[in-house]
Design a protein around this ligand. Structure first.
Ligand code: ADP
Ligand code: ADP
Length: 230
């Protein structure tokens, strides 16, 4: 049973000229519990657009996104997104950043603290709770991003180019740490959907890769590649 099933999902954007631009051609895919799925494609191929539709943040122009067989619009879903740019609140400490989604859900402060400190420990930020984002390196900031995404124990963790803003070595370290934590089942989520333009990253991390290609009609074609588990 998949968690997410996208059925012939399409996205058009209206143009001032009244021409519609098709960003996502009819695409069907499934995301199952326990897997890391990478969505690979060049910049502008529609990866973020597809991610937003799967996460219920943007309505498909045609087709349907189902979560556990029900339309995503009619479902209570628990998801988080990790962004390329970290998107931390600069005026909040590391702990306050990580607590923010729990606070938004009305969780009491004792519980918030406990969950946040635990996940900070998991991502290697033990001892940085009272630091501010500007005092941290890029890699550390993205660790905060991961912690904030994971603190709600999302059913699916969405990541949109999470390593692209980091230098090569930092990205390499974070990727292999993520993989190690995932394989040890320390990451509190059922599935990971990773958007990337980096083929090596997709091959390293993913159980399955979905490729968005580009053709001259602005219509993207979609290929699926099945890889063996490492
Ligand atoms: P990627 O994540 O692969 O870089 P995006 O999904 O961000 O691709 O964008 C795909 C294409 O759709 C781009 O040409 C982008 O400019 C366009 N696009 C994305 N969102 C919108 C929108 N809300 N309105 C109009 N065009 C959009
Ligand atoms: P929905 O389909 O639910 O309306 P969209 O995917 O169209 O959501 O995106 C929401 C908003 O984000 C749009 O109203 C649009 O103005 C803005 N937006 C996002 N990316 C782009 C882009 N690349 N170009 C123009 N507008 C964008």
């Amino acid at each position: 049973e998949p968690i997410i099933r996208a059925q012939q999902v399409e996205k058009f954007y209206a143009q001032p000229s009244e021409n519609r631009i098709q960003v996502i051609a009819p695409t069907s895919l499934e995301i199952f519990p326990g897997e890391i799925v990478a969505l690979l494609g060049p910049s502008g191929s529609g990866k973020s657009t597809l991610l937003r539709m799967l996460a219920g943040l943007s309505k498909p122009s045609a087709g349907e996104v189902l979560w556990h067989g029900k339309p995503v619009s009619a479902s209570q879903i628990n998801v988080s997104i990790v962004f390329q740019s970290f998107a931390l609140f600069p005026w909040l400490t590391v702990l306050e950043n990580v607590e923010a989604p729990l606070k938004a859900r009305g969780i009491a402060s004792t519980t918030r603290h406990k969950s946040s400190l635990k996940i900070l420990d998991t991502v290697g930020l033990d001892g940085f709770a009272s630091a501010y984002p500007k005092e941290l390196s890029g890699g550390m900031r993205q660790r905060v991003g991961f912690a904030r995404a994971l603190v709600v124990e999302p059913e699916v963790l969405f990541m949109d180019e999470p390593f692209s803003a980091l230098d090569v070595l930092t990205a390499e370290n974070l990727r292999s740490e993520l993989l190690e934590l995932w394989q040890k089942k320390t990451i509190p989520t059922q599935a990971i959907f990773l958007v990337t333009h980096n083929i090596e990253e997709a091959v390293l991390l993913a159980d399955r890769i979905i490729v968005l290609g580009r053709n001259p009609g602005h219509v993207r074609t979609d290929f699926k590649v099945n890889l063996q588990h490492p």
